[in-house]
Design a protein around this ligand. Structure first.
Ligand code: NDP
Length: 322
């Protein structure tokens, strides 16, 4: 049966990656576009999803059979700390409108997007899918985290009361082309890429905040895109699933900085500003559930993915979110 797949947040980092994979993988292949599929990628300019009426009109226009729901108010640590109510309320509104409209418009399947920062602050590592609600999230982002956690609660309630096929994905830190490269409000990889790019261009020092020692799991947006496409076609459970590289693929911030220096061709020395906070040393998440279900899946080697992200910024500097 023909399917219409609506991707909310279709102009963001993850949405653009899904569009890239759908357009560039061989048609009909595991991650490529199928003949009977129509993919629609929307931004806030087409519908402000905080508004139920605009959300309803969007669904009436496209009549999606499937929805990948990525749209969210997303921000760096500073924004999350300063605007907790805004992050809580706007994400609750967006998510409630998408879930309820998917129900009323009889969408066959809905996949929403959580994040590993929704997990409890005090938790036993590695994180896994059963630990989401086991204690309060870190207070720095409790607005965003609680709004996202509620999606999982709603998914279960929609399934129990109405039999809806709603589920959610939990990505770790994402990076790739079309990222937000803003120097103040970006995540660690795009922020460092931009700083190093400017250091090379202007002959200024490249300074990395913190000691460089913390370890993180980073997933390339185009790998994550394939995992969303796999979920859409092959994953049928309401329970969330962590989408991540393995715990053995953690990289240190120093390794990130080294890879960026190499990809950009920065020749000077770089230094660490150890007066800046490091954050948690590590917060590993398990991808065991994913690997047990997906079978064979090749993640892009970190350095290659990073090089592709750097090359994208260099080629698109004038139009990128900087
Ligand atoms: P981006 O910030 O790159 O993109 C956000 C998208 O959401 C944009 O397309 C934006 O549209 C849209 N959007 C924001 N507000 C609204 C609104 N009110 N109405 C309609 N659309 C709106 O986000 P990412 O691609 O990085 O994130 C995608 C998902 O992945 C989010 O749910 C996020 O929480 C989650 N996630 C991201 C991680 C990361 O490291 N980036 C890590 C883990 C989870 P417009 O362009 O018009 O503003």
């Amino acid at each position: 049966m023909a399917s219409v797949i609506l991707v909310t947040g279709g102009t963001g980092l993850v949405g653009k990656a899904i569009e890239h994979v759908i357009e560039n993988e061989p048609a009909g292949s595991r991650f490529g576009k199928k003949d009977d599929e129509t993919w629609i990628f929307v931004s806030s300019s087409e519908a402000d999803l905080r508004d139920p009426e605009q959300t309803r009109r969007l669904y009436e226009k496209y009549r999606p059979t499937h929805v990948i729901h990525l749209a969210a108010l997303v921000g760096g640590l500073f924004h999350n700390m300063k605007y907790k109510l805004t992050f809580l309320r706007e994400n609750i509104l967006i998510n409630d409108n998408i879930l309820h409209t998917s129900y009323t418009q009889k969408t066959t399947k809905l996949i929403s997007c959580l994040s590993t920062c929704v997990f409890p602050d005090k938790v036993e590592y590695p994180l896994d899918e059963l630990k989401i609600h086991n204690g309060p999230p870190h207070e720095s982002n409790f607005g965003y985290a609680h709004a996202k956690r509620l999606v999982d609660v709603q998914n279960h309630a929609y399934k129990e009361e109405f039999g809806c096929d709603f589920t959610s994905a939990i990505p770790t830190n994402v990076f790739g082309p079309h990222d937000n490269y803003d120097l103040e409000h970006s995540h660690v990889i795009p922020g460092l890429i931009h700083k190093c790019y400017l250091a090379k261009k202007n002959g200024t020092p490249f300074i990395v905040s913190g000691t460089g020692k913390p370890l993180r799991q980073f997933i390339y947006s185009r790998d994550l895109a394939k995992l969303f496409i796999w979920m859409l076609r092959e994953y049928g459970d309401v329970e969330p699933i962590i989408l991540s590289v393995g715990e053995d693929e953690e990289v240190s911030i120093q390794q990130v900085a080294d890879a960026i220096v190499k990809a950009i061709g920065f020749k000077g020395n770089y230094t660490f500003d150890t007066s800046r906070a490091d954050g948690q040393f590590r917060k590993p998440a398990s991808n065991k559930k994913l690997l047990s279900l997906i079978g064979d899946f090749q993640f892009t080697p970190f350095e290659q993915a990073l090089k592709e992200s750097v090359d994208w910024l260099v080629e698109n500097y004038d139009t990128a979110r900087t």
